[in-house]
Design a protein around this ligand. Structure first.
Ligand SMILES: [Zn+2]
Length: 119
């Protein structure tokens, strides 16, 4: 269990889950295809980006859902400003979480062994 959490955390902080030394991103939103230190393939094909996008979408929806529930059960929170804040979070959070969600997906691929198999 601790290994799974460690590997997911490594992906979250954009560190290679195998060697824990290589960085996952070379700049901005540009991810290395493989670890510059140990050669682990982070995403073997371009379609695997959808896994990271899925993690990002679920995390964003959970934040919006729980924010909506909190606003709904707390009558002292003014609705319009709260709605505007939730909309801004729903727009900005996925951008800020993009790299970590792709890193976490690469960690999941590492845990399941999908990125270690040859083509
Ligand atoms: Zn590595």
């Amino acid at each position: 269990m601790m290994r799974i959490l460690r590997v997911l955390f490594d992906g979250f902080i954009l560190r290679c889950p195998r060697c824990r030394q290589g960085r996952m991103f070379e700049s901005g939103f540009q991810m290395y295809r493989e670890c510059p230190h140990c050669g682990l393939a982070f995403e073997r094909s371009s379609g695997e980006i959808t896994g990271g996008m899925g993690i990002n979408t679920v995390a964003t929806l959970l934040i919006v859902l729980f924010s909506g529930i909190y606003i709904g059960v707390t009558p002292s929170v003014p609705a319009l400003p709260a709605f505007i804040v939730v909309v801004l979070v729903a727009i900005l959070f996925p951008i800020g979480f993009y790299r970590s969600s792709r890193g976490m997906w690469a960690s999941i691929l590492y845990l399941t062994g999908d990125n270690a198999e040859p083509d």
